[in-house]
Design a protein around this ligand. Structure first.
Ligand code: ACM
Ligand code: ZN
Length: 559
């Protein structure tokens, strides 16, 4: 019955979209006014107003756009600094808000106005979607209608923080794969990559002072095949917690990490690195066992789930280690925010550890009805790292566990265990980023028929559920300014291939981008389906992205 209703809704949406959606852009712009006629592309000029591109990023983005246009349309575009009233013009308009833009096209060409790079860059992403889909191809498309419809678009994002997360620890993603991930984020006007580069299952970033982090800490002896959710018959069948016994590793050199940071920056995306502490640290502990409570030995984990072995805050050397790591990290990542993790840190090792208990005593930490003394010890770790980073001009983000007990002002909370953490954080005056597992965990299945989909961690997060999310839901009006935005998370325990990664990302990223960008009254799920079917899927086909069609009543990748 449910399937029938989905198909009925879909059929109704697709019938109506044939008439309604001519200009198809994701995320939906704030305002679109159709004009009369079209701009026929010709051998025209692309004018960039002198002085508006101090770091050269705009010229680079425009050159890439022009080169692609030339390749597919065989028109010739000259970049110039003298306007001739035809072709494309990029003009500074200081009164526009950060990241917003105006785009006006008529018979003579297209004028884009913005006040910053991101605004101009987003106008280019909109332009790409105004062109025929053949724009995204890799060869000349003489049959395409090389025109841009006359239109006035005024556009601005709803939220300043529009993030997507990537876990290269459970499975590693090469520089090229990460760039392809960034490309599709950029097309959707996202502006933050939360890069989770350390874990129990592997430390993935070169730290020159601690070479064993990558020599030992980046390699595990095998990978779990099968699932955590033994209640699913399907998962039981496919093996529960079995290890394949094949060594698995990978890490980014600092040079490669810088390359990714630059690549992202050229697309308006800031990379926020995460060093997950004090839990999820077996990669580091395997390499430097003296950082743990027992002194080890420890192993890079082949299992999923939560390890009880964590960093030992009883030891001064552990803080020296963290300070050394963050010193190298902030040199690679210019991001104002550094993510320090903080999730799922069991306290059993600390309860038994003489050094930890000594620290607890020295600090005068006591358990009360708000937090245990060990939770307060984690507060101490968070505050110490926060102070170190803030002395160097950086702010911390932590998973919502950092709210348990005390949290120093200036920290930003990432709400993942539902929305409660974000609601509590904003209510207490902290900034928050909403990534609730209920709406934003892209490692979950995309239908209620897991047996028709590639094996996943569990859960059920179909496209319409992502789309239904409002990051301000449940946040009192006076606290809403603390919600910086939203993000979806891509944990990769069961995702080992690029096509699978893309399948989990698309088209949920399209839905997410409208959650992040659009005012609630701009959102329209049946229109989203039309835009996917009519525009984005053909674009993904041309760009070589795999995507999921369960929202269209089709089964997943592997039946
Ligand atoms: C998390 O999913 N453990 C933040
Ligand atoms: Zn300890």
């Amino acid at each position: 019955m449910k399937r029938f209703l989905i198909l009925l809704t879909l059929a109704a949406a697709l019938v109506s979209c044939a008439k309604k959606v001519e200009i198809s852009i994701i995320p939906q712009p704030a305002s679109i006014e159709a004009g009369v006629g079209v701009y026929c592309l010709d051998d025209d000029e692309i004018y960039i107003q002198p002085g508006i591109d101090p770091d050269g990023r705009l010229t680079k983005a425009v050159k890439e756009f022009a080169a692609q246009l030339e390749k597919v349309s065989e028109k010739d575009f000259e970049i110039g600094d003298e306007p001739d009233g035809e072709g494309f013009s990029f003009i500074l308009e200081k009164s526009l808000a950060p990241e917003s833009y105006e785009l006006v096209s008529d018979k003579k060409g297209v004028t884009v106005k913005a006040s910053d790079f991101n605004g101009f860059f987003y106008a280019i992403q909109t332009l790409k979607q105004l062109l025929p889909v053949e724009f995204f191809g890799d060869k000349r498309a003489p049959g395409a209608k090389w025109v841009i419809p006359a239109v006035t678009i005024k556009d601005a994002p709803r939220f300043a923080y529009r993030g997507m997360h990537l876990d290269p620890c459970r499975h590693f993603w090469s520089v090229e794969e990460t760039k392809k991930y960034l490309d599709v984020m950029a097309l959707h006007k996202l502006n933050r990559l939360h890069w989770h580069i350390t874990e129990d299952q592997g430390w993935r970033i070169e730290i020159k002072k601690y070479p064993l982090l990558t020599e030992i800490g980046s390699v595990r002896k095998g990978t779990i095949v099968g699932g955590l959710n033994a209640n699913l018959e399907f998962e039981k069948e496919h093996g529960y917690m079995e290890t394949d016994g094949i060594p698995y590793g990978g890490f980014y050199t600092q040079e490669q990490a810088r390359e990714i940071v630059q690549y992202a920056w050229d697309r308006g995306i800031t990379v926020i690195p995460e060093i997950d502490l004090p839990g999820h640290m077996l990669g580091a502990l395997a390499a430097y066992p003296q950082l743990g409570c027992t002194g080890g030995p420890y192993e890079v984990w082949t299992r999923w789930g939560v390890s009880e072995d964590v960093l030992c805050p009883g030891k001064d050397a552990m803080f020296t280690f963290l300070e050394d790591v963050f010193s190298e990290l902030i040199d690679i990542f210019p991001s104002e925010y550094i993510h320090i993790g903080g999730d799922e840190c069991p306290k059993t090792a600390w309860q038994k550890c003489p050094a930890c208990q000594k620290r607890i005593k020295a600090l005068g930490l006591v358990s009360d009805d708000k937090a245990t003394k060990e939770q307060r010890l984690q507060n101490y770790v968070t505050a110490r790292v926060q102070k170190f980073l803030s002395d160097r001009g950086r702010k911390i983000i932590g998973w919502d566990e950092i709210l348990e007990g005390e949290l120093a002002p200036g920290a930003t909370v990432m709400s993942w265990r539902g929305t409660e953490g974000g609601i509590a954080a904003a209510g207490a005056g902290f900034d928050a980023i909403m990534t609730p597992n209920t709406y934003c965990y892209f490692d979950y299945y995309q239908s209620d028929k897991p047996e028709t989909e590639p094996f996943a961690i569990g859960g059920c997060l179909p496209l319409d559920k992502v789309y239904s999310y409002d990051p301000l839901e449940g946040i009192p009006a006076e606290a809403q300014s603390h919600i910086l935005g939203a993000q979806a998370n891509m944990w990769t325990e069961y995702i080992s291939e690029t096509d699978h990664l893309e399948y989990m990302l698309l088209p949920r990223l399209d839905a997410l981008s409208e959650v992040q960008w659009c005012a609630p009254e701009q959102k329209d799920y049946s229109k989203l389906l039309c835009k996917l079917q009519g525009k984005m899927f053909p674009i993904y086909d041309l760009l070589g992205y795999t995507y999921c069609r369960t929202a269209f009543g089709q089964p997943g990748l592997h039946e």
